[in-house]
Design a binder for this molecule. Sequence first.
Ligand SMILES: C[S@@+](CC[C@H](N)C(=O)[O-])C[C@H]1O[C@@H](n2cnc3c(N)ncnc32)[C@H](O)[C@@H]1O
Length: 216
Amino acid sequence: MGDITFSSSKLGTKEYWDSTYKKELTNYQETKDIGEVWFGHNCVSRIVTWLKSNTLVDFTGSILDIGCGNGFLLLELASQGYKDLKGIDYSEDAINLAKSIAKDEKHDIKYEVVDVLTPHLSPSNHYDVCLDKGTFDAISLSPSETEVKKEIYVQNVHSFLKVGGIFILASCNWTEDEVKEQFKKGFLLLERIPTPTFTFGGVQGNRETILVLQKT
Ligand SMILES: C[S@@+](CC[C@H](N)C(=O)[O-])C[C@H]1O[C@@H](n2cnc3c(N)ncnc32)[C@H](O)[C@@H]1O
């Protein structure tokens, strides 16, 4: 897969996410604050707007959010009328938090504790759409076997999707070219969802990259 790597970080460990969601779950139970929405509400709006404006997926399409955290992206999709929604995360308290919020907001969203890096995961369903907002980023920061993990990730996302299915990846670590390189086995880049740009040292960049890939 090439040698595109980052320094590891605690964000690449399950211990970090378990302790984060343990706190966020307690906080939610006490205050009803749903906690962090990674990359912010605008990123969620961009993904939802793209899906709504696209004819490839209708409101009955099956959608899987990989590393769903508190499930905010799925809640937004549910409130826009999407019906077949599921979130997976390897942190049990993330799933407990997501389930509590969905129940309180009266949305019918399925959640399950799943480690997306389980080798040869055989999904019970094949999805029209898979979403990832920050999960591939977190995996890329893993302190060990990062390249192997990224390869398993790409294979498993591929196996979750129907042929022609859509994978939307939001990343603040990877550029468009780097994503294309890492997902070149079995995916084609369909579109880049525009995000705000900045210029530094005469070079234009994006705070986050949101790419729409299609399973070939
Ligand atoms: C940056 S957070 C993003 C959470 C959520 N997608 C959001 O946008 O708010 C990364 C998420 O990936 C989850 N995650 C990391 N590695 C995972 C794995 N191997 N399997 C399933 N979930 C994982 C973490 O528990 C965490 O919820």
